[in-house]
Design a protein around this ligand. Structure first.
Ligand SMILES: Cc1cc2nc3c(=O)[nH]c(=O)nc-3n(C[C@H](O)[C@H](O)[C@H](O)COP(=O)(O)OP(=O)(O)OC[C@H]3O[C@@H](n4cnc5c(N)ncnc54)[C@H](O)[C@@H]3O)c2cc1C
Length: 342
């Protein structure tokens, strides 16, 4: 939910490294808010390879991208971090009192003395189909994500694509749409089989239409869509009336607004000092794939180490008058209390 929040640390990026940072900060009693453009945590692990096994996470001989994310979410549960998912971090500015304000494209503002950039290779942004004039319809009739289902109630919707997002939204929006038409360039799908089965059932029951076709053009005025041109496998074209078009053609990664944050960047990466993982801007740290230093490896385990050292340094900024005592989770009853195991 958009709003104004104050916390100890704001983490940009809910990839595996941003998630583990919550744990390391939590052990030091530092509260965190996370922002991610994706609608679920896990970054590259859940977006690019949820079912692929990872073999080099210490202590886990084999774990998939999704399982690792689920385990991290379980591990950070005691610390009650707040997630702002589906929001692009769009601006960072320094306040007069020395704290930072991170703004998102959804209007959320998070104020904290410490900012952690855990943005990986940047934000995942939807691929825009090459249709003339599509920009004019975006936000009003053309959508690359569904933020509020209610916005689609009673509309004539065209969904395009053959992956999980296209199928999931076909299934979820069908009951509230006036009409829903799925178009895909072939009669086969990359989506999970159970979603394909559900879609076929809706089609058989006459609740949705499915065309093997591609969208070739958009028609309307002032950002309000009236129809799309569809072209079938035989190249025959026809117009299909609709007032909402949802293309789901995958995601690309771009550094995005971070480039405008005024941070020192080297080839789209943030140089850090390896004692603290702080950037050259005091109070702004960088961990995981986005940071760079001599010998940096873009591995999850390296990001975990970076998160641990960052947390120690962040503590001194957030609690300048308190002493930090190094403790082991195995033997510290106060850490165990925080973890809810003592
Ligand atoms: C196919 C593949 C296989 C891999 N296999 C392994 C392996 O076996 N072992 C291993 O250690 N590593 C592996 N990696 C690399 C590993 O996935 C990365 O090192 C790891 O994901 C980095 O984590 P991160 O948290 O730094 O960044 P990411 O996982 O990239 O997460 C960053 C998050 O920040 C978000 N973000 C960025 N900018 C913004 C913004 N402006 N606003 C909002 N959100 C934003 C992104 O949406 C993303 O969710 C693999 C990578 C790939 C692609």
């Amino acid at each position: 939910m958009p709003g104004k929040f104050e916390t100890d640390v704001v983490i940009l990026g809910a990839g595996p490294v941003g998630l583990f940072a919550v744990f390391e900060l939590g052990l030091l009693d530092l509260r965190a808010h996370l922002v991610d453009i994706l609608d679920r945590p896990g970054g590259q692990c859940t977006e690019l390879y949820p079912e692929k096994p990872i073999y080099d996470i210490p202590g886990l001989a084999i774990v998939t991208g999704q399982e690792l994310t689920d385990r991290l979410m379980q591990q950070i549960k005691p610390f009650g971090a707040e997630f702002h998912l589906g929001e692009m971090a769009s601006g960072l500015d320094k306040l007069d009192d020395g704290r930072w304000r991170l703004r998102t494209d959804a209007g959320t503002e998070i104020i904290a003395p410490v900012v952690i950039i855990g943005a990986g290779a940047g934000s995942f942004v939807p691929k825009r189909p090459p249709l003339a004039g599509i920009e004019a319809y975006e936000g009003q009739s053309v959508f690359y994500a569904v933020r509020k289902m209610e916005a689609f109630r009673g509309r004539d919707i065209v969904v395009a694509g053959g992956g999980d997002s296209a199928l999931d939204w076909t299934i979820n929006l069908a009951p509230i749409a006036k009409s829903l038409t799925l178009v895909h360039h072939r009669d086969g799908f990359r989506a999970q089989q159970h979603s394909v089965n559900q879609m076929r059932e809706l089609q058989a029951a006459g609740k949705i239409n499915f065309h093997v076709a591609s969208v070739k053009g958009l028609h309307g005025a002032n950002g309000v869509l009236e129809a799309v041109t569809l072209a079938g496998a035989d190249k025959k074209e026809w117009q299909h009336a609709c007032d909402a078009f949802l293309p789901f053609f995958g995601l690309t990664i771009k550094l995005g607004p971070i480039a405008e944050f005024g941070l020192n960047l080297h080839e789209d990466l943030i140089p850090v000092d390896t004692a603290k993982f702080e950037s050259s801007t005091p109070g702004v740290f960088a961990i995981g794939d986005i940071c760079t230093y001599p010998g940096k490896l873009k591995l999850i385990l390296c990001g975990f180490h970076e998160a641990a050292l960052m947390a120690q340094a962040a503590f001194h900024i957030c609690r300048p008058n308190e002493k930090l005592r190094f403790q082991y989770t195995t033997s510290s009853s106060s850490l165990q209390k925080k973890l809810g195991v003592a």
